[in-house]
Design a protein around this ligand. Structure first.
Ligand code: TXA
Ligand code: MG
Length: 317
């Protein structure tokens, strides 16, 4: 496909060096990760963090995830604990984010963490961001590269469409394979999942030997990003539907549903991981085709299905 966007670049040695100097100077760039694309900035620089919030139009009370190459690099910023090491060993680098206590002498900008005494940290598994993290002496604050409350981007082109000419540089790493944001788990006390993802509660329980719950009610806004309305395509969505309503879009799952105008199948093989990876891409496509309403059939609520249903519910709020 021809690159019609002047701000999307492949990763060459030259672009790697350019990304590093841009980040050092406090500017932000779009970067691929295995989950979704992120808007990356130097987590130790106030200017970068302010820019991220401004570009995303993100409420200041919603903290960012800070990304590192490995746990050694995070040791000075957060208090690592036993549960962390167990999960790190099994799932990192990969699609899981840990909420941990922030060290008092941490260099992370306090506005990045919305002045909380905790930090969300992640170790992304994508060669491009890892090659950048290897070269810099700071971690990357990086929310999903979309305007606040919208659909997360899974391609470089999605990022370009979100920010238009306001973003100067996006590194193209192809489609994000997982396609849905990382699992967020709070490890500051008894482990709790704040945002479901591909790493399922079942897989986590197996490692921790514990019954980890999905947090349903957020009393003191533990994760402000868990605002009810989120991941929204900006079109009315109706869940758990059985049939297509004429002239509207119908998101299906499973082999029973054939290719038909208006039908968008997330996985003909009833594979929930595949369905998760196609969710945002499908919502974006439906939006571009200018459908006025989206109907969605019910998706099995297990494994990756838990994360899909979480996003669908918020998107339809
Ligand atoms: O897969 C991902 O996690 C992607 C890629 C780019 O790494 N990032 C991402 O970031 O989804 P964002 O900003 O879109 O979502 C971060 C979530 C939000 O729900 C936020 O509220 C929560 O993590 N979070 C961040 N810091 C937190 C903290 N200290 N305590 C509780 N929740 C926190
Ligand atoms: Mg986001």
């Amino acid at each position: 496909m021809k690159n019609i966007y002047s701000n999307i670049f492949p990763l060459s040695k030259k672009m790697l060096n350019k990304s590093i100097s841009v980040l050092k100077n406090g500017n932000v760039i779009g970067l691929p990760t295995e989950t979704v694309y992120g808007l990356a900035g130097n987590a130790y620089l106030k200017r970068s963090i302010n820019l991220i919030f401004k570009m995303k139009k993100r409420p200041k009370i919603n903290p960012l995830i800070v990304h590192y190459l490995n746990y050694k690099n995070a040791e000075n910023d957060v208090v690592l604990n036993n549960n962390f090491f167990k999960l790190y060993k099994k799932f990192c680098p990969g699609p899981i984010t840990f909420i941990l206590k922030k060290k008092t002498n941490s260099k992370i900008q306090s506005i990045a963490t919305a002045n909380l005494d905790t930090v969300a940290i992640r170790f992304p598994n994508h060669r491009i961001i890892r090659s950048i993290l290897r070269e810099v002496s700071f971690p990357l604050a990086m929310p999903s590269a979309n305007l606040s409350s919208g659909i997360s981007p899974v391609n470089a082109e999605d990022v370009a469409e979100e920010f238009k000419n306001k973003i100067k540089m996006i590194i193209n790493g192809g489609r994000s394979k997982i396609g849905i944001e990382s699992t967020v788990i709070d490890l500051t006390e008894k482990p709790k999942i704040l945002r479901p993802g591909i790493v399922s509660p079942k897989a986590i329980n197996k490692i921790l030997n514990d019954k980890v719950n999905l947090l349903k009610k957020y009393k003191n806004i533990k994760s402000p990003g868990m605002f009810n309305r989120h991941y929204s395509p900006g079109i009315p969505m109706f869940l758990n539907r059985k049939t297509l309503v004429k002239n509207h879009a119908f998101i299906t799952f499973g082999k029973k549903y054939k290719d038909k105008k208006g039908h968008f199948n997330l996985s003909k093989n009833s594979n929930l991981k595949e369905a998760a990876s196609k969710l945002y891409q499908t919502l974006r496509k439906i939006k571009k085709l200018k459908y006025k309403k989206i109907y969605v059939m019910s998706i099995p609520n297990k494994g990756p299905g838990i994360a899909i249903n979480d996003r669908l519910k918020r998107a339809s709020n």
